[in-house]
Design a protein around this ligand. Sequence first.
Ligand SMILES: [Zn+2]
Ligand SMILES: [Zn+2]
Length: 383
Amino acid sequence: MSEAEMPPRMKIGEGRISGAVSIVFGAIALGGVLCFHFPEVLTTPEFRAQYDVGVLRGTLAGCLLVTLACALRSLMVNPSKRAGLIGGGLAIAALLMGGPSVEVDAVGDSRFYLSVDWLLLDLIAMALIFVPLELFFPKRANQTRFHPEWRTDLAYFVMAHLLVQGVAAMSQRPVRLAFHGLAEDLDMVRAWIAGLPFALQVFLALLSTDLFQYGLHRLYHKAPFLWRFHAVHHSTRSMDWLAGSRQHLVDVIGTRIFVYLPLFVLGFSPGVFYAYVAIVATQAVLNHTNTRLRYGPLEWLLVSPRIHHWHHAHDPAAYNKNFCVHFSWIDRLFGTFYAPGEAWPERTGLDDAAFPRGFLAQQIDPFVRDPLKGAPAGPPSDR
Ligand SMILES: [Zn+2]
Ligand SMILES: [Zn+2]
């Protein structure tokens, strides 16, 4: 979507921004209180022992204050009272269920859980880092955070976090089953890696996963049936910190299998694994942000937002380029690098493809139809 085609930006003073903020923070506050009440099904077992309940209560109180202030503001200035009432209602529900003084209910045993705690904490952390970045260093100053696609992207962000347990199991188990023999054969390599300094191990983890991810990502673009699923990621027209979350579950599970393979076979320790997860999670968000942040000469080595925006460009010269997440020199090595001069792509997204709106419809769609069928852009493999 070109800047001229962008819907009018929500203006400060209309009460619509405060209404949306009150709903998001109200949902975070209510979700937080529910985590205190039902920890065994709504929190991640590995995280529970690490929590400082005082800090969590303080965060909850902060979210409730933001919700109530924004809901009040929206009710006062926005002729439509819907958003303010929803935000205020969520805050009142959270307060009625205990608010910031909520007690932790006894943790029972549950085989299945949803990582609501991970969703809420990552949403707060990512919003705190990337919303100011996009606010003060925007690439498209014209693009509002509340563009027509933000609800769909938020739904992807929510589902990716809630399903983290299922996706991890579906991607890690087959790799362990299929490759445990190879991992044992590589005992000497594993021992050598384990003896390296921590930072070097993290570098090797990033390098090996980026190479595997590169191969699969190229295949996603090449094979028409796989492209159907990966095209969902390319369907977003408004690049911002939430846009990177838009990935079909088939795309996500395939990628996780490919990146877990070298991590498992090379036997990286849990410490290296979690450092890798933290870096890739941040980098995946950063690559899509609506920010003009530039890396200068470092772009020879590392993927910057500008380089990944070219991957999403609506420009035939940039199709099938810039597949890497971390290291731009891998793309240079394989002849798939494209980021001319200092330029940014004019437009991003797939205007010539038809995608349904909403998370669930986009999950079902690639199984039943080719989104590019009849599109003027030609066969998917041209991309
Ligand atoms: Zn792609
Ligand atoms: Zn992307």
